[in-house]
Ligand binder design. Structure first.
Ligand SMILES: [Zn+2]
Length: 308
């Protein structure tokens, strides 16, 4: 007969919890190009206060169905493209502009991914908002000292002109002073270029005009050997609501009607043609595909790949 007794099991390790996430980078190949999605961190966004054309109860119920609150932890993503000839970063994260501990992780994650911020030849901005351009400089010092910054002329003229600040909605006003501060070292070094059209900026990388969220909001289309990735900037802020209902808008839009039109057009095109999409505020790494579903669309996140 076997007698069981409760014996204290000695804890050999007793390891303290680590509490940190893995470095925020994710690699994929696109034809001959290497794409690295980079996390700048996350920020809690009170979407039930910021979304338009959706009732609070509806927002809460869709979020709950996806095991999310109405103030979800929202990714801030940037994308590094190594074409073999150029190292090009699309968007620069928030830098220190979200305050301590929120965002600003991009430089560390660039290094964790095997690159140095100094190696970057160009930073292409989808638009000039804190969480996309804030990481260009910290305390007046360029984070990408050897890079030329590219941005659509309409965004440069809008955000870098202090006269517009007085006319802007109160929620947008802080962006002007912040834009001026982070652009200063690049302007001083004559390293800012604006563009007007959709011509290639580098072989395999071209801007697409997608105004609405801001006057010069831009997608970047990356193409290599017949494979395509569109980097969408701020097309999505609440993925569980805006794919099924692209008419749902966010308060940060400078022109909400145009932004809704742009989102519908982008989703319809991506679903019809099946190319890769990368977005700043879809859960990291924010890379996947779009398909039609019901009257709207659905996000199909990338399946894990070793990136070869
Ligand atoms: Zn954004």
């Amino acid at each position: 007969m076997l007698l069981w007794s409760v014996v204290a099991i000695p804890a050999h390790a007793g390891a303290p919890q680590v509490g940190a996430q893995a470095p925020g980078y994710y690699r994929m190949k696109l034809g001959k190009f290497e794409i690295t999605a980079l996390s700048d961190g996350t920020v809690n966004v009170p979407i039930s206060k910021l979304l338009k054309h959706a009732l609070h109860e509806h927002i809460a119920s869709v979020q709950a169905r996806n095991y999310q609150s109405t103030q979800p932890e929202t990714s801030v993503n940037a994308f590094l493209v190594n074409t073999g000839q150029h190292l090009v970063l699309v968007d620069a994260g928030a830098g220190s502009l979200f305050g301590p501990g929120v965002g600003g992780k991009l430089p560390d994650n660039i290094r964790a991914a095997g690159y140095q911020p100094e190696q970057i030849d160009a930073v292409l901005l989808t638009h000039i908002h804190v969480d996309h351009s804030g990481g260009l400089a910290v305390d007046g010092k360029a984070i990408f000292p050897n890079a030329v910054v590219y941005v659509d002329r309409r965004d440069a003229e809008f955000w870098l002109n202090p006269a517009n600040a007085a006319r802007a909605a109160s929620g947008q006003r802080h962006n002007f002073a912040q834009a001026e501060a982070v652009f200063a070292p690049y302007l001083k070094a004559d390293k800012v270029r604006s563009f007007d059209d959709e011509h290639e900026l580098f072989p395999g990388i071209r801007p697409l005009r997608m105004p609405g969220h801001t006057p010069g909001h831009t997608f970047y289309e990356i193409s290599s050997e017949g494979q395509r990735l569109q980097l969408w900037g701020d097309t999505i802020h609440a993925q569980h609501l805006q794919f099924p209902e692209p008419g749902v808008a966010i308060d940060f839009d400078v022109d909400s009607t145009a932004a809704v039109k742009m989102r519908k057009r982008a989703m319809a095109d991506a679903a019809a043609k099946g190319y890769w999409v990368g977005a700043a505020h879809i859960s990291f790494p924010g890379i996947g595909h779009v398909r039609r579903e019901g009257k709207g669309f659905a996000w199909v996140p990338a399946e894990y790949s070793m990136g070869r």
